[in-house]
Structure formats: C-alpha cells, structure tokens
Design a protein. Sequence first.
Length: 300
Amino acid sequence: MAAVGNRPLICHASRDFDFAESSSQKLGFVKFSVSICNGKSLGFRDADMRSNFLAPVRAMEGSGVPYINGKADMVRSNDDAFTDDSNGKSIHRLSTIKNSTNIVWHKCSIEKIDRQELLQQKGCVIWITGLSGSGKSTLACALSRGLHSRRKLTYILDGDNVRHGLNRDLHFKAEDRAENIRRIGEVAKLFADAGVICIASLISPYRKDRDACRALLPEGDFIEVFMDVPLQVCEARDPKGLYKLARAGKIKGFTGIDDPYEPPLNSEIVLQQKEGVCVSPSDMAETVMYYLERKGYLKA
Ligand SMILES: Nc1ncnc2c1ncn2[C@@H]1O[C@H](COP(=O)(O)OS(=O)(=O)O)[C@@H](OP(=O)(O)O)[C@H]1O
Ligand SMILES: Nc1ncnc2c1ncn2[C@@H]1O[C@H](COP(=O)(O)OP(=O)(O)O)[C@@H](O)[C@H]1O
C-alpha cells in the first residue's frame, strides 16, 4: 500500500489498509461519543441515565431561548443580541452567514448520535469522483445494494439525478459545476447528520470544490473515492455517446476533452484497473465496505 499525504492510498481495489492510526484519534465523533459514553453505551436502555443526560438541553428547548450552535462560521453581527445565563455564558446569538442576517441556530435534544444509535451505523459521506464513464454511478449502486443487504441505510446523490431537480438551473461552466458540488456537499452533510451513509457520485472535477465539501464534515466522515480510470477507457465505454459528441465539437467544455479534471492527491480510496483489467463493481463495493467496517461506520 502506498501513502500520499497523511491518508492511506488504496490501489487496485486492494483490501490492504493502514489502520495503524487509532480511529478514536482520527474520528471526531468517536471522541464525542466517549465524552458521553455512559449515556451512550447505556443508550435508550437506561432511561434515567438518558434523561439526566438530556435534561439541560430539554430545559433550553422549553425556555424558548435559542441555544448557541457555536459553529466557527457564525459571525457575531450584533452584540445586543447576546444574552448571558447565570454562569455568564452566552446562550443566544444572532449570526450573519453570507447574505443571511439575524439568524439563530436551533439545537434539538435528539442529535446525530441518537439517530446513529437508532440506525446502528455512523453517518458519513462517501464522495465518488472521476471522469464521465469511469463507473461512479455503477459503484454507487453496487455499494448501496451491498450496504442495504447488511441492513445499513444509504442514500445516493448522483450528479445526473440531482441535476434533474435541485440543480436543474445549473450548466457545466466552472461556476455552475462549483455550485453543483457545493449544493450536493451541503445536502450530503445533512444526510450524514441524519445518520445516513450518503453516497455522492458526481464528476466534481475541481480539487478546491471537493475539499470545500470535505471541510463541511467532521474529520474522517468525508471519504473520497477516486475512480482512477484512464480517459481512453471511459471514452471507449461512452455509454451515453457524449464523448463522441464532445470529440465532434457538438458538446463544448466536456470534462477530460476540453475541460479539466483534477485528480485527488490524497483520497481515502483509489480504485484502479488491475493489470489492465477492470475490477468488478461488486468487488469495488466490497473494498469500500471493508474500509467503512474497519473505520467503525457500520456500527453505532
Ligand atoms: N460538459 C460536460 N462535462 C461533463 N459531463 C457532462 C457535460 N455535459 C453533460 N454531462 C453529463 O452530466 C453528467 C455530469 O454531471 P455532474 O453533476 O456529475 O458534473 S459536475 O460534478 O458538476 O462536473 C455526466 O454524467 P456521468 O457520465 O454520469 O459522469 C454527463 O453525462
Ligand atoms: N467496474 C466496471 N467494469 C467494467 N465496466 C464498468 C464498470 N463500472 C461501470 N462500467 C460500465 O461503464 C459505463 C459507465 O459507467 P457509469 O457508472 O455510468 O459511469 P459514470 O457514472 O462515472 O459516468 C457503463 O456502461 C457501465 O456498465
């Protein structure tokens, strides 16, 4: 196994992963669950423990006073909007995020950890990137099927499909692709917060845009899968005839032909041909599932 940056690079759909680093060091959510481990490990089976743990948050919900999110991207916009509790801690703050002003984050006592307990899995985003025809959608489906048969809840956000609805206003120029990726990244983050294993499959050609989506999630929860399939192979497949149209100049700005694709430098998983032969979609899905299992995502 090769390593690039500080993340393992997995080649040839190999199952050889580097798990030397403890998952509790790497995954923020593990630290979080440890900090409330008594409540969590007892889970819903110990109602007293559970309700004690939730009591302060419930009181806040009932008080009608919004709870602070404390998110780094919340910008303090109005000092008068801060309220102090008896400990002198701020419990109410209005924020400004881009064009949204005077908005307040509402917290609920049922959180991601509770949903994960219910689903017996950990929410995360598997981000499949690669050229058109590299097998992103095929892998997404194989993975969803594999996880479903293990009773794990997944949801696929496929670039093509999302462009039929939420992103129907977007084209393929760089700004539109960036916005497509940003929106899918935000939706994927919500799915992960819901406890779902969200599989995003879109070309996402620009490194900067993919990294911005990674930054939305806790460390470890964004799992980038690079479909490292040569352009010639994708072009030979050409299931939609789009490469042919692009070569004929009938589609302008087609990724890999006259528009760039920036391969990931340190994705968690790289799937390649082995000795010039394509690995089957189900074997690729197994590789990803093995990664999820070893990293603790297939249990609460
Ligand atoms: N100009 C151009 N470049 C690339 N792809 C194009 C283009 N025009 C249409 N298509 C079709 O749109 C699909 C890519 O959509 P994505 O949302 O995944 O693209 S992106 O992430 O915003 O770059 C892509 O689907 P996949 O083949 O499944 O990747 C193509 O079928
Ligand atoms: N692992 C694979 N081996 C051989 N052919 C594949 C593999 N994965 C996908 N394909 C084929 O390649 C074509 C493109 O796959 P698709 O999943 O639609 O790619 P993408 O979503 O990246 O455009 C399809 O015809 C599909 O059947």
